[in-house]
Design a binder for this molecule. Structure first.
Ligand code: COA
Ligand code: AMP
Length: 630
């Protein structure tokens, strides 16, 4: 079916469309219908089906004779190691790990936090939870202990599975001390922790609480797959909102299976046996959907890459991995390509490798600037497809459905709405605007299968954050426009979320941390344009009256505070002390105006500004930091 018909059918007759897609999944008990709308505007899919995620990701491939195929390749330039794990081996190792967790009392519905770097054991931990119907929540390694503690308190896990350490270029990150700190400060205490010891840093175990990954699996019986209802959460993934309290996005098993399976062929154009590589991290939604679950339920070989686009050891690493493992579809973030391009603008590394296996490249996580896309297309000679989605949706909202029908590429646009997504651009009053007109991007309810049905323990917040602004719609938090051909253009966020190197961060969360500094009376954090990372956070600090300490010292302490409280991934390194912040007469900080000044963009003096002279002070302060750049 061509794209236009497919999309139309999915909206006009979602029931038949999704029931048909559901046939690609192994159900223990098939669902009687697709959409359950009795609680609208809360919707669920495939509720009365019974299914198991791990069965679909591993066991079923072994059953049909794919057991000897490699399921997971671990390619770790940072440790200089490689490993290949077949489907049979994965299934057996996951079943044993699940058996050990089960023996310790982990059951369907229990939460398990996973805090691991890019090693196959991270996928095994996720899949072992899914095998038992336990709900995992993976926490990205670049977050500080405090962020881990916040997630422990919200998810209330029975156990935490962690590695002893992660490895960043030039340094080993001890995960165990971060975990210990998090558990100490969290109100909720997990019953036990399972620690996977890496040789780069073996961690001392806390007696009575910590178990060694290998030892605790000794002699246990492997666990079978536990049937769960179609709407049972396979995971909770925390993501940044407007405050320091992250949102726990719930991912329902049945809909996720159906939607991911559809995307693998229709968007990523891969079949069972093909090698699919997403260079991201399991801590992000991209890693959940397209390092772990999507490729495995399709019977692909997936690559767990522990390295960076540059520096491990050079800007040719991506091409080496693609060529060596015969990758057919490759997915990464634009920032990764910008990093490679900066070191190898002419693509000299590209030409050192046979990349004939590579058919398509996919970019997401942040706006893909046309320059980067053109550079990648020129170097790689394959289509470079931008696509747009969010932690909340779990799979692309807009993309070019390459495996179904390759539509013309329009630079600057992640192309068109995927099945089940009725994407509309709304004005402030919630009325759809015409083509090429800027507005808030919203999706008419219901969202398709696999997307979030709710937030963990926070239904009121779910309704307020996503459903209240435009009744009958899900508010994406992104602003932009659609052209007459239905191509979407994502221009900015409408909230306090910024995107740093493809990582979603909350400026509100950073402001909360800065405000806790004893000398800071008031502060604002904005995202300024950065040629490598897309955006960088920049803080303005107003100090308490009478503070006579050295400003540079206070700035240094504030930078350290954000690193310690949120983590290095916040990349918060720019801050400046100012006397006052520009505000409206009603006291609202004019962050947007400050962003325009920092980015050197023209702006209209806000009519409601309290004191326009403050903007001169802000301009001066930004100049001191080197903004606007260039
Ligand atoms: N564990 C611990 N620390 C981590 C970490 C992890 N898993 N990931 C990143 N960090 C640290 C980095 O070491 C860095 O520390 P530093 O301030 O001491 O240098 C800091 O967090 C910021 O990281 P990052 O913003 O990623 O910058 P970088 O210079 O390390 O790398 C890129 C830049 C572009 C190479 C990298 O950001 C990248 O590959 N981005 C792609 C992102 C992505 O895949 N996003 C998912 C959506 S598809
Ligand atoms: P995350 O939940 O971390 O995946 O971040 C989702 C947000 O990243 C979206 O709401 C967008 O703001 C941004 N984003 C993701 N993909 C794209 C894209 N292809 N183009 C523009 N912005 C994107």
């Amino acid at each position: 079916m061509r794209y236009a018909d497919l999309h139309q059918t999915s909206l006009q007759d979602p029931e038949s469309f999704w029931m048909e897609q559901a046939q690609a999944i192994d159900w223990i008990k098939p669902p009687s219908k697709a959409l359950f709308d009795a609680q609208a505007p809360l919707y669920e899919w495939f509720v009365d089906g019974e299914v198991n995620m791990c069965w679909n990701a591993l066991d079923r491939h072994v059953e049909v004779g794919r057991g000897d195929q490699v399921a997971v390749i671990h390619d770790s330039p940072i440790t200089g190691t490689k490993a290949h794990i077949t489907y049979t081996e994965m299934r057996d190792r996951v079943a044993r790990l699940a058996g050990a967790l089960q023996a310790r009392g982990v059951e369907k519905g229990d939460r398990v936090i996973i805090y691991m770097p890019m090693i196959p054991e991270a996928l095994m931990a996720m899949l072992a939870c899914a095998r038992l119907g336990a709900i995992h929540s993976v926490v990205f390694g670049g977050f500080a202990a405090n962020e881990l503690a916040v997630r422990i308190d919200d998810a209330q896990p029975k156990c935490v599975i962690a590695a002893s350490c992660g490895i960043e270029p030039g340094r080993v990150i001890g995960y165990k001390p971060l975990l210990d700190g998090a558990i100490e400060s969290a109100r909720h205490k997990p019953e036990f922790c399972v620690i996977f010891q890496r040789e780069q840093q073996v961690a001392p175990l806390t007696p009575g609480r910590d178990l060694d990954w290998n030892a605790f699996q000794d002699g246990v019986a492997p666990a079978d797959c536990v049937p769960v209802a179609g709407n049972h959460p396979v995971y909770i993934l925390y993501t940044s909102g407007t405050t320091g309290q992250p949102k726990g996005v719930i991912r329902p098993t049945g809909g996720y299976l159906v939607a991911l399976q559809w995307t693998m062929k229709n968007i990523y154009n891969v079949d069972p046996g093909d090698v699919f590589w997403t260079a991201s991290d399991v801590g992000w939604v991209v890693g959940h959907s397209y390092i772990c679950y999507g490729p495995l339920i399709t019977g692909n070989t997936t690559i767990v890459f522990e390295g960076k686009p540059v520096g491990t050891p050079d800007a040719g690493t991506f091409w080496r991995v693609i060529s060596e493992h015969r990758v057919k579809s490759f997915f990464t973030a634009p920032t990764a390509f910008r990093a490679v391009r900066r070191e190898d603008p002419k693509g000299e590394f590209v030409r050192q490798y046979d990349l004939s296996c590579l058919k398509t490249v996919y970019l997401a996580g942040e706006r893909a600037d046309p320059d980067t896309i053109i550079w990648a297309q020129d170097q790689l000679n394959v289509p470079v497809v931008d696509h747009w989605w969010q932690t909340e949706t779990g799979w692309p909202i807009a993309a070019n459905p390459v495996g179904c029908e390759m539509l013309p590429v329009k630079l600057g646009s992640p192309a068109v709405a995927m099945p089940g997504y009725d994407v509309q651009v709304l004005d402030e009053g919630g009325k759809p605007v015409g083509p090429d007109t800027l507005g808030a991007i919203a999706i008419k309810l219901p969202l398709p299968p696999g997307t979030l049905p709710n937030l963990w323990n926070a239904e009121a917040r779910y309704r307020k954050s996503y459903l209240a602004q435009f009744p009958g719609y899900y508010a994406t938090g992104d602003a932009g426009y659609m052209d007459a051909d239905g191509y979407v253009y994502i221009m900015a966020r409408t909230d306090d979320v910024i995107n740093v190197a493809g990582h979603r961060l909350s400026t509100g969360g950073m402001e909360e941390v800065l405000a806790s500094h004893p000398d800071v009376a008031e502060c604002a954090v904005i995202g300024v344009a950065d040629s490598l990372k897309g955006q960088l956070p920049l803080g303005f600090l107003c100090l308490n009256k009478g503070t006579e300490r050295d400003h540079a010292e206070i700035v240094g302490e504030c930078v350290k505070l954000v690193r310690d409280k949120i983590g290095p991934v916040a990349a918060f390194k720019l801050a400046v002390v100012v006397d006052r912040l520009p505000k409206t007469r009603s006291g609202k900080i004019l962050r947007g105006t400050m962003v325009s000044i920092a980015d050197g963009k023209e702006f209209k003096m806000p009519a409601t500004i309290d004191d326009p002279a403050i903007l001169d002070e802000i301009t001066e302060a930004l100049r001191g930091l080197g903004y606007p750049q260039g």
